[in-house]
Design a protein around this ligand. Structure first.
Ligand SMILES: NC(=O)c1ccc[n+]([C@@H]2O[C@H](COP(=O)([O-])OP(=O)(O)OC[C@H]3O[C@@H](n4cnc5c(N)ncnc54)[C@H](O)[C@@H]3O)[C@@H](O)[C@H]2O)c1
Ligand SMILES: [Zn+2]
Length: 397
């Protein structure tokens, strides 16, 4: 009973399972993974589903739409496709085009989907974000199964609880926090990725290892040569563990919907986001994160947080995985490149809503949040990066 008649308050407690299931060849006729997930809300109901797939998959998997249809046809007693699988453009552009979102809404409406049906999105992080937002808003939320198909989305971006599109020229301005019904990581998709894109998932694995788990960092460090050439067993083990660590962090660290200021999973990301933007997205997210983490690691060493041999070892691992630590900065074509990049810190503060909170490490697995950053040291870290890893030709840097 509330004590005051003018204030009626009851708690609402919701429980979610945040899960990722690992499989191979999810639409092979005998693969039961999805069938086990698409359970009817009422016993005996035939479950309706729609599949949106990333058009970027067509080159490596030209038969994908037929394969998806066949998979459903083999289970028509329990699940049915409410419409033929729909191709959606992949890549960041899909998050900038409101019309594409409207098309997904329109298809959902046309197929008469309801909250007892499922939307399955198969693709890279960008289209998962857009289709996820469409699913979250249609009928106030249709359950979503995500099937990420890039290494970055399987190990990080696709296994979270956020969706969104870019609006007013700002990244992820429209979006929602929604725990997906499930995530299915199918490693077969990864082997079709171009080398640069395949490498990107590895940097988020290094990131999550550095902020959470020294053993995982050692695991990566000891396999760096194998990982640099994507030896399948080592590569899959690292993407799998990265996904597991991200899921565990989101579910157990106490702030799944990011109400607080700390963003531990954004280690190295303040500079990375700015670099991506200033390069007009010629630098991919993963490549930018490698540079951003290098800046933060050098910064942490310079302020005496991170012992020099540890900092050097981390930089060495990142480089030996194949990441460039300065070359991406040269993609910034503005005359004041360095200063613009350092302004990213201010934007990060605004994004958090006031108090600056930057994740830093004292050692792999030993994280802390810092609330003040010394601009002069950041500049020195940036200059060190250029001296050590660049040739100094970038006019703005
Ligand atoms: N929601 C979140 O929590 C979260 C977190 C991190 C990043 N993200 C978002 O993820 C997006 C980046 O995702 P991404 O790195 O997966 O890249 P992406 O989605 O931009 O895809 C890159 C390209 O790869 C293609 N592609 C996808 N799978 C393929 C495959 N198996 N083989 C060949 N080509 C394939 C796509 O068509 C696209 O052209 C960004 O928009 C970022 O904001 C979201
Ligand atoms: Zn990231």
């Amino acid at each position: 009973m509330p004590d005051r008649p003018d204030n009626v308050t009851f708690p609402i407690t919701l429980r979610y399972e945040h899960r990722v299931i690992f499989t191979r060849d999810v639409f092979a006729p005998d693969n039961p993974t999805l069938a086990e997930l698409l359970s009817p809300r009422e016993p005996g109901e035939n479950v309706a589903a729609m599949v949106f797939w990333d058009a970027g998959l067509a080159a490596a998997f030209p038969e994908i739409a037929e394969k998806i249809s066949m998979w459903f046809a083999g289970r028509s007693d329990r699940v049915r496709l409410a419409a033929a699988p729909i191709a959606v453009a992949g890549g960041e552009a899909v998050k900038n085009d409101f019309h594409q979102l409207e098309q997904v809404w329109s298809a959902i409406n046309h197929a008469a989907m309801c909250r007892h049906s499922y939307i399955i999105a198969v693709g890279g992080g960008a289209m998962l974000d857009m289709v996820g937002f469409a699913a979250a808003t249609a009928h106030r939320g249709i359950p979503l199964v995500r099937v990420p198909t890039t290494s970055l989305s399987q190990g990080d971006g696709g296994v979270g609880v956020k969706n969104g599109i870019n609006y007013f020229g700002k990244k992820n301005w429209l979006g929602a926090f929604v725990v997906p019904h499930a995530i299915v990581n199918d490693f077969v998709f990864l082997h079709a990725l171009p080398v640069r894109a395949r490498r990107c998932g590895l940097i988020e694995a290094v990131k999550v290892a550095l902020i959470r788990d020294a053993k995982f960092f050692e695991f990566i460090a000891q396999r760096v040569e194998l990982l640099a050439r994507f030896e399948p067993a080592a590569f899959e083990a690292v993407i799998r563990e990265s996904a597991r660590q991200h899921i565990e962090h989101i579910a157990t660290a106490g702030d799944p919907f990011e109400r607080g200021s700390a963003r531990p999973l954004d280690f190295g990301h303040w500079a990375a986001h700015k670099l991506e933007q200033l390069s007009e997205f010629r630098v991919s997210h993963g490549e930018a994160v490698a540079v951003g983490m290098a800046i933060d690691i050098i910064y942490a060493r310079r302020i005496g947080l991170l012992p020099e041999p540890v900092a050097e070892r981390i930089l060495d691992v990142i480089q030996r995985l194949g990441f460039e630590l300065f070359a991406p900065v040269k993609e910034i074509r503005t005359p004041t490149g360095r200063q613009d990049m350092l302004d990213g810190l201010e934007e990060f503060r605004e994004h958090l809503g006031g108090r600056l909170s930057i994740p830093m490490i004292r050692a792999p697995g030993d994280r802390l949040e810092v609330h003040e950053i010394d601009g002069a040291v950041v500049k020195a870290a940036f200059d060190e990066l250029r001296t050590r890893y660049g040739d100094g030709r970038n006019p703005g840097a």
